[in-house]
Design a protein around this ligand. Structure first.
Ligand code: NAI
Length: 652
């Protein structure tokens, strides 16, 4: 077979260096052609064994990012899924059984099938660079690491660490890979080839797990699996996310071999294939890629960000920027108002860099209190997050425009004012966009990038690029009240509050929506964002004809503002809501509360707040917590329409 993707070189010592470099692609994936060529290479080396085999990447960007997801989406039968698994499982099995030593030389991303290939080698050598990352993220796509990952990872590093990686999809960097025993060594770039050669020919026995790890992977397997099932079940339901449960079962009961799981089992490849979750999660993955792509145009690399307003939002936005390596000047009316934001940032950096206190200090050094606002004149980006008051914002921007660099990006974080109304205070209104973060900034991945009819394309491109620098997902939205996410969440929360007025207990309402798949019930959400904020956010709804729910207004009058005041719909203690036992959930309750959200989403698409229904789905999933396993509200209703009334069942 002609090798289009792999290059083979046999050096003077008889070592074969197999370099994967998929032509025309930014990153290597394991598509069917790449796998077929690898099979041919294994055939060839079995006949004429080398003294050793090194598998490496020809891409500077990384080793292998995983299987080819596009190819995966084209599989349309359970039989096709089984064949795909069989091919990887047996090929990597043959590689693992090679008589000659094998080594994976890993630089950059080594994910999914790429890590399973590396696991099938006798040794793994990783390069100590910030970009090096090893992960089995299959679970996030609703599938399993079935090409040997479930067999080899627990054997190598013990089931505790292996299940943690496989069930969360979280990656590890080079030094951590070495600490876990996933990598035999972690070396600087300049010595990687020599180090690979030495390790390959060392004759060192492959790494063995500790006695405890071996016990956990042997006689104690059942206990470990039961514990893992409990942990997963506390987070997700099997009906919504079958893959993590299937991973545990496949490891615990079938030796990590997905092909050995009987088709009738809920953990079988057939069951995973039949559930719509995997297809929907793959869809969500592509939606995420689409959002990321908005930040890829142009070459904006902001280094200095100036934030005005050091409150809840401004303080956290500033911290996020400093965390990502930018210099931040943080302005407010006095040093005293800035101090709490800096203290909060220090705690966040300390948590983030627990094992690297120097990094935490560097991040804090980058966050500079600036009560006089000197930073405005130097910044690449100026973000305003002061009180929600139009006159105050207009006055502030008129001043900022005079002092900022002419090429600086100007942005407001307002959640309820129109960007266009603020922009008219500028001589060049085309410079202003909205960059709307959600609270808590550190947790929520979505950021709405708001364009007015006058915002320039360049301002939008820069804003999206800046959002990507923070590793968040930019969603372009039109300058309409509530933009997308709040325009949907408002009617949804109001509907839930009306149900409280009808006499349904908050616990029951929240339980219904959590069962539907929301991360948090709507009443707990209102308590968390603050009842006063909910009133303010609802003003647009009220002005559009809705009445303020009495249950909300009365509590605000009594000073019950939710979590922050210790009392809202729930009583709060130590940051947790005290909840009673929910009653039986009335039929159709979740559907009733969701209906206004869906109607508002349809209206937003009709008004062009977002470009199309797919982007609305992305916004609702990443900004409002709509369950990813559904693929989004529009996708779900399309699927329901095509399968005739299933939607009602799913909403139960
Ligand atoms: P906040 O009240 O916590 O903080 C506002 C800060 O701005 C205060 O520290 C105040 O001293 C300062 N400030 C007021 N006028 C100023 C001026 N002229 N110059 C400098 N500093 C000034 O408010 P929060 O919640 O952080 O909101 C800020 C903005 O972010 C608002 O526009 C709000 O709509 C928006 N937003 C709020 C969200 C939330 O959940 N709190 C979510 C998304 C956006």
């Amino acid at each position: 077979m002609e090798l289009l993707n792999w290059k083979l070189e046999r050096d003077a010592d008889g070592i074969v260096w197999a370099t994967l470099d998929v032509p025309g692609a930014a990153a290597n994936t394991l598509g069917s052609r790449v796998m077929a060529e690898l099979e041919a290479i294994v055939d060839q080396l079995t006949v004429r064994p080398p003294s050793g085999l090194v598998i490496r990447s020809g891409k500077a960007a990384g080793f292998i990012v995983g299987a080819d997801i596009e190819e995966f989406t084209r599989i349309d039968t359970a039989d096709g899924a089984r064949k795909l698994v069989e091919r990887g499982w047996s090929l990597f099995g043959r590689l693992a059984a090679a008589r000659f030593p094998t080594l994976a030389l890993v630089r950059g991303h080594c994910m999914g099938g790429g890590l399973e290939l590396a696991l099938a080698c006798r040794y793994r050598l990783v390069v100590d660079e910030p970009g090096t990352r090893l992960a089995l993220p299959e679970v996030m796509l609703g599938i399993m690491p079935a090409w040997g990952g479930m067999l080899r990872l627990p054997r190598l590093i013990g089931p505790a660490a292996a299940l943690d990686m496989m069930l969360t999809g979280k990656g590890v960097d080079g030094p951590k890979a070495k600490r876990l025993g996933l990598a035999d060594d972690c070396v600087p770039l300049r010595v990687m080839d020599d180090a690979a050669r030495i390790l390959l020919m060392s004759g060192r026995p492959p790494r063995k797990p500790s006695v405890v790890q071996a016990l956990m992977n042997g006689p104690l397997r059942g206990i470990v699996a039961a514990q893992a099932r409990k942990t997963v079940a506390a987070k997700v339901r099997r009906a919504h996310y079958p893959a993590p449960f299937a991973i545990i079962d496949t490891w615990a009961r079938h030796g990590g071999n997905a092909l050995a799981v009987p088709a009738a089992s809920p953990s079988s490849l057939e069951a995973i294939f039949r559930s719509s979750t995997a297809r929907n999660l793959v869809r969500v993955f592509f939606l995420q890629e689409r959002l990321k792509a908005f930040g890829k145009e142009g070459d904006f690399r902001p280094r200095h960000v100036h934030v005005v307003g050091a409150g809840v939002m401004g303080g956290d936005i500033a911290a996020e920027c400093a965390l990502r390596g930018m210099t931040v000047t943080l302005q407010d009316q006095s040093v005293e108002r800035i101090a709490p934001a800096v203290a909060r940032a220090a705690r966040r950096f300390g948590r983030k860099f627990r094992s690297k206190p120097r990094e935490a200090r560097f991040a804090l050094d980058r966050l500079i209190p600036d009560p006089a606002g000197h930073g405005v004149a130097k910044a690449d980006v100026v973000i305003e997050a002061i009180v929600e008051d139009l006159a105050a914002k207009r006055a502030l921007f008129a001043d900022i425009e005079r002092r900022a660099r002419p090429d600086a990006l100007l942005a407001s974080n307002t959640s309820s004012l129109r960007i266009a109304d603020i922009a008219t205070a500028l001589t060049k209104p085309e410079r202003l966009v909205g960059i709307h973060f959600f609270n808590p900034v550190a947790v929520l991945p979505l950021v709405e990038v708001v364009r007015t009819v006058r915002s320039s394309d360049e301002a939008f491109r820069r804003a999206a690029a800046f959002v990507r620098r923070l590793d968040k997902l930019p969603l372009p939205v039109k300058d309409e009240p509530g933009f997308l996410v709040n325009a949907l969440l408002g009617p949804y929360m109001y509907k839930a509050l009306r149900c409280v007025e009808e006499g349904i207990a908050p616990e029951t309402i929240d339980a219904a929506l959590v069962a539907f798949g929301m991360p948090l019930g709507p009443i707990e959400l209102v308590d968390t964002v603050g009842l006063d904020i909910a009133v303010a956010a609802g003003r647009t709804l009220v002005s559009a004809g809705a009445t303020m729910p009495r249950a909300l207004a009365e509590r605000v009058e009594r000073g019950e503002l939710g979590k922050k005041s210790g009392q809202g719909f729930y009583t709060w203690k130590d940051g947790k809501a005290r909840k009673g036992v929910p009653a039986a959930i009335p039929a159709g309750l979740a559907a009733r509360i969701m209906a206004p959200l869906l109607a508002a989403a349809e209206l937003c698409v009709a008004k062009g707040v977002v470009e199309d229904a797919d982007l609305a789905d992305a916004g609702v999933i990443f900004g409002a917590g709509f369950p990813p396993f559904t693929g989004g509200p529009f996708h779900q209703s399309r699927a329901a329409a095509s399968s005739g009334g299933r939607r009602r069942q799913e909403f139960r």
